[in-house]
Design a protein around this ligand. Structure first.
Ligand SMILES: C[S@@+](CC[C@H](N)C(=O)[O-])C[C@H]1O[C@@H](n2cnc3c(N)ncnc32)[C@H](O)[C@@H]1O
Length: 177
């Protein structure tokens, strides 16, 4: 299953922390990368730094002309899933999305401020993680988990310098050179 997150509406002066967390959640929970519509080298740098230490090959692409990216994605057979509280409830659509995700790459779109209306139209699914307003970080985390049915929680990250040895109590980290 290949999943990429498109983060729209990032305002560098306000959203640094939230967008960084969108990227960290995407990486930790099985997405291949995050596409940022705006410029923010700081956000990209912090996520790349995490990847360098904790492994995997998560990518961050900034300054993307997102409408062109979405068109290209769909032209190549990819599907687009926009997370919005106005959408269809996740429980009513996740089986269908999971079935499609076996054949097609999935782009998951999350907003910051008001999302342009054409996103609702271009999306193959507009999905609500409950029909109540909350957060793009929480919506993304739950969506990724429902889509992958928890399997992403045991993902291995290649070439990690740091790897946690899970323990019931205390902390143990293996460090590789
Ligand atoms: C804090 S909300 C702002 C939404 C904005 N006020 C609007 O009207 O579109 C930012 C993003 O969080 C996500 N989000 C918030 N609540 C959601 C929900 N219940 N289900 C799915 N996504 C949600 C959406 O991707 C949304 O664009």
């Amino acid at each position: 299953m290949e999943i990429v997150v498109l983060r729209l509406g990032h305002r560098p002066e306000r959203d640094k922390r939230i967008t960084t967390h969108v990227g960290l959640v995407a990486r930790a929970l099985g997405a291949r990368g995050m596409i940022l519509a705006s410029e923010d080298k700081g956000v990209a740098r912090s996520i790349k730094e995490v990847t360098k230490r904790w492994g995997g090959d998560f990518f961050v692409q900034t300054e993307t002309k997102w409408r062109e990216e979405v068109k290209k994605w769909k032209r190549k057979g990819g599907k687009v899933c926009h997370l919005t509280m106005y959408g269809e409830n996740i429980l009513d659509a996740i089986d269908e999305i999971r079935k499609e995700a076996k054949k097609a790459r999935i782009m998951v779109v999350v907003g910051a401020e008001k999302v342009p209306y054409d996103v609702f139209e271009v999306a193959d699914w507009n999905i609500a993680v409950s029909n109540q307003p909350h957060s793009e970080i929480a919506a993304l985390a739950l969506f990724l988990d429902y889509l992958q049915q928890g399997k992403e929680l045991k993902n291995k990250f290649e070439h990690a310098r740091l790897e946690i040895v899970p323990k019931r109590r205390g902390k143990k980290v293996m460090i590789s050179e």
